[in-house]
Ligand binder design. Sequence first.
Ligand code: PMP
Length: 358
Amino acid sequence: MRVHNFAAGPATMPLPVLERAQSELTDWGGLGMSVMEVSHRSKDFVAVAEGAEGLLRELMGIPEGYQVLFLQGGATGQFSAIPQNLAAEGATVDLVNTGSWSAKAIAEATKHAQVQVVADEADSGYSTVPTEGSLASTPGAAYLHYTPNETIGGVEFGYVPDVEAPLVADMSSTIMSRPIDVSKFGLIYAGAQKNLGPAGLCVVIVRDDLVGHARPTTPSIWDYAQMAKAGSMLNTPPTVGWYLLGLTLEWVKDTGGLSAMGERNRAKAEMLYAAIDASPFYANPVAKEARSWMNVPFLVADPSLEKEFVSAAATAGLTNLEGHRSVGGMRASIYNAMPTEGVQALIDFMKEFERQHA
Ligand code: PMP
């Protein structure tokens, strides 16, 4: 029996994707072997890779003039790759701190560039984002980096910052959750393991003028120009992950694309926040205008009930609801592949748990 899996990533996958992969696991495309047994340089696999890129371009409306790269090393690798590709030695880079993932990006960037933290929400307890219009880049900064959705804190920007420097966004936990205007960004990157498929790939969407400036010391596998030239196959890519990413994109298309996805995601998030707000037993600590559609942290009035909540929920088929180990509490990650029924089942469970314990 499949559960409703609220994990933050690796996260729940669309069932039709898993079923399709299962159906062609041992004999893929009539080749008499599985996709994982095929050379990444074979025409069959190159078609998978190019198909995934094409679908990503189509679904996200990526304009001409952007490279789409499928890299390894996760979003964490990009924390280092971005300054090495976009900032010359000694250059200034701007970063916004809205929580745990921004802080990690800042720590890595500090190894490679002069970091200016241009806005810091630590004082707010990471419960909100800078107000719209308040962000400005440092004159001459190579780029401004921010985290549109903080996976742990459940804090999300409801707007795209308008700044002078090229805008760089860690969209790991929000990519493809709704339509966005890619042309506002210099670089978008996202680990695949939430909305794009299984773990193993990090998608980088980068404007052409930002490619080709890697420092000579940049590892080849993270040099955007080299990777673009090699079709992201300078070395052996995680082929199965790439194939599953393609199937996930097909599913997004089949279910109506990003507008429909955005509508569903908004509705799911609104349902869950409304249930939390309606009850004195549960609380969400994030400012209303900065609440994430994808990661919903919540607390119970009596923290000693947290363990019981998480284990009773798991027994009821609602799994992985514990908050990140660094913050505790609970967290429901409700990515694209989480159906509305899963969110409704969680709300029903929360009501029943409250009735028994309030
Ligand atoms: N940024 C964000 C916003 C994330 O949620 C994560 C992973 N949860 C990362 C970066 C790190 O990604 P990876 O594990 O792929 O390096």
